[in-house]
Design a protein around this ligand. Structure first.
Ligand code: GDP
Ligand code: MG
Length: 596
């Protein structure tokens, strides 16, 4: 146990965690040249395509220093704000953290928020200056920032490059010398914390755990404390690039267990595993996640509801931050109201449902969680996670919406434009600090609803990428909110309703109607698209009728070609959703998000 080191890598997004992890794996021989590809640990297709880490990944390395062999368990973590829950779980299974800072960018918003998480968990911090191969690196300036931030010795900062491999040996040495060995009692009853799990259709559920005390042998009878269920440890092992079966896993180590569990609900991230023969008490698990954004997810084919539930349960296993409960919609039938950590998270979940589970789904207009107070009870809020549940204005005393504190670090050149953006988003500036003559930290209190949609993209474009952003919830505030309904030929489509600020309603209603007019294909009759607040129509667009006869193009003869075209048209229709008499493409439900 004294030769085990568990550590994670934390950084702002794109500062080079995954690339540096590759170098560590290569140097320690955990992967061969042949197995090497870029960002090896990002094994989800989606991660490779988008070039971001979504999940934390654990992998074991062996490294010999001064004749002594060490086992190093590395956990690579995501950088985007939406996934900070993954980061906090990884941090809980480590004793040390590599804090990576891009030498060309300096300290950014998530460098700071992830560092605080690591400090709260008493991790030993190893500061690393990355991308030193680039000409634009500013080592002295960024070292000053690091010393300022964590109060370390200037000489403790390791200069590195994930590209050239500079500093990699120094990093491994620092991990061994500075990160404490895991604590725990090897002779105590077995007690391990589940920090992640994944569904495998052949072998059932794999749970990943860190052993706090004692050890476990293959074949032993184990108990998952939260569910109270007992299983046999059919296979246990450590996490190399592939899973490596072992006979025993000991205190301080990170491993996996396969015990024939097929039902997603039986494995809970944060649960404790112990043995039936010598039970240990539960370890304090993780705080429950608080979803920030809610939206309905519905199967396009209404009879795929049960399949969708099954897919969501399996996905939840691998992403404990996803929450969902059944709901129904007049327009879309049966589906689920889901909670997400942010818009990127929502997009990722939708894509994973489609790719990993082959589900075609509709995601409805997202919203944050509001608190409504009725005149008859001004103390107890009604939680509104779905615009449909918004009480009738005549019964309403007041509504409160969630606010966040946003921290933005940027160059002084962009301060003016960023301030205008924040004011447009109903934000109020609370602090402005010059970190250096050229770098400014701005703090705003802003309604969460204004941030979750296009804020991040706008910020990126006005600052040309030189602004980093992080946020934390700061509670609820009273706000003038109204429910805006969208009607197609006079019928309200509940899945298109949104709660919006009163001052934005007219403008938004107009834009949404315009957008829907572009997105809904012409049909055999005229379609009126209207936005309304209560009984009052605030905007209207109309879409004229068109008979689209695709076969007209093939003059008589070619029957098979004609049939093919008809089939194609049917295919195209299949992807549409029938609302009353009108057919809507699934992407129209998210029209509200892309209004510029
Ligand atoms: P992560 O988001 O922190 O995991 O960052 P990645 O490892 O995915 O790296 C982000 C981008 O920076 C990728 O395009 C990498 O190729 C590049 N990169 C990472 N490390 C270095 C480095 O040391 N030098 C240079 N020049 N580029 C790097
Ligand atoms: Mg990464």
């Amino acid at each position: 146990m004294e030769h085990i080191r568990n550590f994670c890598i934390i950084a702002h997004i794109d500062h080079g965690k995954s690339t540096l992890a590759d170098r560590l794996l290569q140097t320690t021989g955990a992967i061969t040249e042949r197995e090497m590809q870029e960002q090896t640990l990002d094994d989800m297709d989606l991660e490779r395509e988008r070039g971001i880490t979504i999940k934390s990944h654990a992998i074991q390395m062996e490294y010999t220093l001064d004749g002594q062999e060490y086992v190093l368990n590395l956990i690579d973590t995501p950088g985007h704000v939406d996934f900070s829950y993954e980061v906090s779980r990884s941090i809980a299974s480590c004793e040390g953290a590599l804090l990576i800072v891009d030498a060309t960018q300096g300290i950014q918003a998530q460098t700071i928020s992830n560092l605080y998480l690591a400090i709260e968990n008493d991790l030993e911090i190893i500061p690393i200056l990355n991308k030193m191969d680039l000409d634009s690196a500013m080592p002295e300036e960024v070292k000053d920032q690091i010393v300022d931030l964590i109060g370390c010795d200037r000489d403790d900062i390791i200069s590195a490059s994930g590209k050239t491999g500079l500093g990699v040996e120094d990093i491994l040495k620092a991990v061994i010398e500075k990160v404490p060995a895991p604590k725990g009692d090897p002779d105590a009853p077995f007690q391990a914390l589940i920090f992640d799990s994944v569904f495998d259709s052949y072998r059932g559920i794999n749970a990943y755990f860190k052993v706090k005390n004692g050890s476990i042998k293959k074949g032993e009878k184990v108990k998952f404390i939260a569910t109270g269920k007992e299983y046999h440890a059919d296979e246990i092992g450590t996490l190399k690039l592939k899973q490596t079966p072992k006979q025993i896993i000991k205190t301080g180590d990170v491993g996996y267990i396969i015990s024939g569990i097929k039902v997603a609900k039986e494995v809970k991230v944060g649960d404790t595993i112990t043995t039936v023969a010598r039970p240990a008490p539960a370890i304090q698990g993780f705080e429950d996640v608080k979803p920030m954004v809610f939206a309905g997810i519905y199967p396009i084919e209404t009879d795929e509801y049960e399949e969708l539930r099954d897919a969501m349960e399996k996905l939840q296993l691998n992403d404990a931050s996803l929450t969902f409960e059944p709901e129904s919609s007049a327009a879309l039938g049966f589906g689920f109201r889901c909670g997400f950590l942010g818009m990127l998270h929502m997009e990722i979940i939708q894509e994973r449902l489609e790719r990993e589970f082959d589900m075609s789904v509709i995601t409805t207009v997202p919203n944050v969680s509001y608190q409504a107070y009725l005149t008859k009870d001004k103390q107890t809020p009604i939680i509104v996670n779905n615009p449909v549940d918004f009480p009738d204005p005549s019964r309403l005393d007041r509504v409160e919406e969630p606010y966040i504190k946003a921290t933005i670090i940027t160059k002084s050149d962009y301060v003016g434009q960023i301030m205008s953006l924040c004011i447009e988003k109903r934000g109020e500036l609370t602090n402005q600090v010059y970190l250096t003559t050229d770098r400014v930290e701005l703090s705003f209190n802003v309604p969460l609803a204004e941030i979750v949609f296009d804020f991040y993209d706008r910020l990126k474009s006005i600052s040309r990428g030189y602004a980093s952003f992080d946020y934390h919830p700061i509670g609820f505030r009273e706000s003038k909110l109204v429910k805006m309904d969208i009607m197609l030929n006079g019928d309200p489509v509940d899945a298109l309703s949104a709660l919006v600020h009163k001052d934005n309603a007219y403008d938004l209603g107009k834009k949404i109607c315009k957008k829907l007019r572009e997105l809904i294909p012409r049909q055999q009759f005229n379609i009126a698209i209207q936005a309304a607040i209560g009984a009052k129509i605030i905007s209207r667009e109309s879409l004229s009728a068109l008979r689209k006869d695709v076969t007209a193009k093939c003059y008589g003869g070619d029957i098979s070609r004609k049939r093919k075209l008809l089939e194609k048209q049917k295919e195209g229709k299949k992807k549409m959703k029938q609302i009353g008499s009108v057919e809507i493409p699934p992407k129209a439900f998210l029209a509200v998000l892309k209004l510029n």
